[in-house]
Design a protein around this ligand. Structure first.
Ligand code: AMP
Length: 444
């Protein structure tokens, strides 16, 4: 099978790495990809152990990165046609929201991911909130508004303790957490009146502020069936102890100890059963990953938001644990045959530590040489996924905010955490920053 993976982050590297291990895979292209993705080799057993790649591997087996932006739909379509791609796998949310799945399907191409209507679970928070309320999915008390006066009145009824959310995609920055009425009014003004998020902020959702432990859930879906993954937890803040600015995610681990298997099944059912029922009712054919962000409150689990794709860096921990052939799994998701597949997990735990550029999520410099990648790759059960990296004069250099996702898997969480940090210690670049407490919440 010839596969095209769209995207360039650590999530896409993990997808490529896992797809490359499938006997069904003949060739992988990645648009635009990164320096680490370009080192992967289809069918090479070394990618299972994390060992360095053999230089003499057949060139055609090497993953080919092609410089087409993830949101350049016409070029992606032309490329997939020219290369006779058998399956396209979409990583990021933006092309999904733009309707890449509809476009490819109309042109007779097989593609994995939700279509534009289904991708609304992520691309419109108003849509999601209304859907959750209509179908009884446990969520925060909330209201949706386009009028600032009505919004302020609702925020006041919550004493200003709320999350004010721009409806559309806003590069992960469209959620403002408010502690009092002043902050809430300011947030409402920023989005609805000053239009700081442009059209994405024409409407807003205001949710009551919820306290508890936040976890990520993932379920792979085919329109009729949704299969739940184990739990994972991201670390959104830049600094240890959940201090500092919000980021795209500084590390993950899986599983979390906050839900037993039986509790996870209960939480999964409480979300997925009404969700599937709603999808049937609304004629939404969701093929892809549904990724609810969930707060475990003292009154039970509450969905904060839905994403409609794999999380980053959740993918890195999930795919280093997954035993199933990923090509078969995605294929079943496209074909509507997920009910015939049982998810299997080969390693008990996995931890991913993100190494970021100095200054991230604020301004940072690019082009810093990265040292120690080969040494880290020699460690057993370790895989260094690349995110913001590039190849410059034969040297891998930093090329983004989040640079690497150093991932280790093991028989338990503690061993995986120790192994991930041992690998991090081997790697260096000027200004490198990372959290030293990824997975620490598991023992708090
Ligand atoms: P979202 O993109 O909707 O998940 O929001 C981003 C982050 O804001 C979440 O990961 C939470 O940490 C936080 N957040 C969102 N909604 C709420 C809420 N209702 N109560 C507390 N925190 C929230």
């Amino acid at each position: 099978m010839k596969i095209l993976v769209i995207g360039s982050g650590g999530r896409e590297h993990a997808l490529v790495w896992k797809l490359a291990q499938s006997p069904h895979t003949e060739k992988i292209f990645c648009t635009p990809g990164n320096a680490g993705i370009a080192q992967e080799i289809v069918g090479q057993a070394s990618s299972l152990s994390g060992a360095t790649h053999r230089q003499d591997a057949c060139a055609t087996k090497r993953v080919e990165c092609v410089n087409i932006a993830a949101d350049d739909l016409p070029k992606l379509l032309a490329f997939a046609r020219e290369k006779k791609i058998d399956l396209t796998v979409v990583g990021p949310d933006n092309p999904l929201a733009l309707g890449i799945v509809d476009l490819f399907q109309t042109n007779g191409l097989r593609i994995w991911g939700p279509n534009q209507k289904a991708a609304q679970f992520e691309s419109s928070k108003v849509f999601s909130q209304n859907f959750m309320e209509k179908y009884g999915i446990p969520t925060a008390r909330a209201g949706t508004f386009s009028d600032a006066t009505a919004a302020k009145k609702f925020a006041a009824s919550l004493n200003g303790k709320c999350a004010v959310k721009a409806d559309g995609l806003a590069l992960g920055k469209g959620v403002l957490i408010c502690a009092n009425e002043n902050e809430a009014n300011k947030a409402i003004e920023e989005i609805l009146v000053a239009k700081n998020f442009g059209a994405a902020g024409a409407n807003i959702v205001i949710q009551e502020f919820l306290e508890g432990m936040e976890i990520s859930l993932h379920a792979i879906c085919d329109g009729k069936t949704a299969k739940l993954f184990p739990t994972s937890q991201d670390h959104k803040r830049a600094l240890d102890g959940d201090k500092g600015l919000n980021t795209g995610g500084m590390g993950t681990y899986s599983p979390t100890p906050f839900l037993s298997d039986a509790e996870l099944k209960k939480v999964g059912d409480a979300i997925l059963q009404p969700w599937l029922r709603g999808c049937v009712e609304e004629k939404i054919n969701f093929c892809g990953i549904l990724y609810p962000g969930v707060m475990l409150t003292k009154n039970g689990p509450r969905v904060l938001e839905f994403n409609a794709r794999f999380g980053d860096p959740e993918t890195q921990v999930y795919l280093t644990r997954l035993e199933n052939d990923l090509v078969e799994l995605l294929d079943a998701s496209v074909s509507g045959t997920l009910d015939k597949i049982e998810l299997k997990w080969k390693s008990a735990a996995s931890v991913c530590v993100v190494m970021a550029s100095g200054g991230y999520p604020g301004n940072y410099e690019k082009g810093k040489p990265i040292r120690g990648l080969d040494d880290a790759a020699k460690l057993p059960n370790v895989k260094v996924f690349h995110a913001g990296t590039a190849l410059k004069e034969n040297q891998i250099v930093t090329n983004g905010g989040r640079v690497l996702g150093v991932t280790a898997w093991a028989k338990d969480l503690k061993t995986a955490q120790t192994a991930a940090y041992a690998a991090v210690e081997k790697i260096s670049f000027d200004g490198a920053q990372f959290r030293r407490d990824i997975a620490a919440k598991a023992w708090q």
